[in-house]
Design a protein around this ligand. Structure first.
Ligand code: SF4
Length: 267
């Protein structure tokens, strides 16, 4: 096959994808089209304001939407993920599928090997189940330290959190100063519902983690995530052996909630 043939085939493939994308977008409910356009505007505004913006792709369902919006519309934003070393095989498959679909690479950050070795020697391979301190120190080594490295030199980071995910996240704003990491935090999907996310994924035929089809609304490390029962909180499958108020990995620290809120939620 000549280079000219390959160019023609490549061009028609891109055009076909563009045609599919335009048609799929036009089939979205008007309100969701508006939300998607609004999210893109927030991302563009973040790049204009802060220049050096990165997106922490958690590989969950919201991440599929944000990755699509960023790689199509605001490709200046770097997209990164963290491989803790304890992810589900389905999650590694998903990384492959995303990269193949968009022809781009996620920047994958890893924990420091010596730190992981030291922690396992001291606590055991699954020592995070022994107590909150052990769990938090494991999350610190495998998630937070690589996350901090990923944010170094950045002025803002993008997150896919939604208000409907928890009482704590319901208090978030689209743009916040993230004092914990010393940069701005942009949350363009705050007002999206879970239904919005899945309508967008299905209409645009985005890749997603197959575990979502078996009762996993939220997917993290394999030993610390399980499927939830119908009607349970979306995050009930994370660190289920702990009290509900401690179930964050530290990337999105919980706010102090009023007593009334604490009394009426599972936090
Ligand atoms: S989610 Fe579990 S395995 Fe993953 S970093 Fe945290 S404690 Fe460790």
């Amino acid at each position: 096959m000549t280079k000219e043939h390959m160019f023609i085939i490549g061009s028609s493939f891109r055009e076909e994808r563009h045609e599919f994308y335009s048609a799929a977008m036009s089939e979205l409910p008007e309100e969701l089209r508006f939300r998607a356009a609004n999210a893109v505007e927030q991302l563009k505004a973040a790049v204009a304001e802060y220049k050096n913006v990165t997106y922490a792709n958690s590989l969950g369902s919201e991440s599929m939407v944000l990755t699509d919006l960023i790689w199509r519309e605001v490709p200046q934003i770097e997209v990164f993920s963290i491989d803790t070393g304890r992810l589900y095989p389905e999650t590694y498959e998903l990384i492959e599928r995303i990269q193949h679909k968009y022809g781009r690479k996620l920047h994958v950050y890893y924990p420091q090997g010596a730190k992981v070795e030291g922690w396992v020697a001291q606590n055991g391979i699954n020592g995070f189940r022994n107590g909150l301190d052990e769990r938090r120190s494991c999350c610190h080594i495998r998630k937070i330290e690589p996350f901090q490295r990923a944010l170094q030199g950045k002025a803002a980071w993008v997150t896919g959190i939604r208000k409907g995910q928890s009482a704590s996240r319901a208090l978030s704003a689209p743009v916040e100063w993230d004092a914990a990491y010393g940069l701005h935090k942009i949350s363009p999907l705050l007002d999206w519902s879970e239904k919005d996310i899945w309508t967008y994924i299905r209409k645009l035929r985005l890749p997603y983690n197959s575990l979502h089809d078996t009762g996993f609304p939220s997917i993290g490390c394999a030993p610390c995530t399980r499927a939830v029962q119908h009607g349970e909180d979306e995050r009930a499958g994370r660190w289920w052996w702990e009290r509900a108020e401690s179930r964050e990995c530290g990337l999105h620290p919980r706010r102090q909630l009023p007593v009334a809120v604490l009394a009426t939620t599972d936090l």
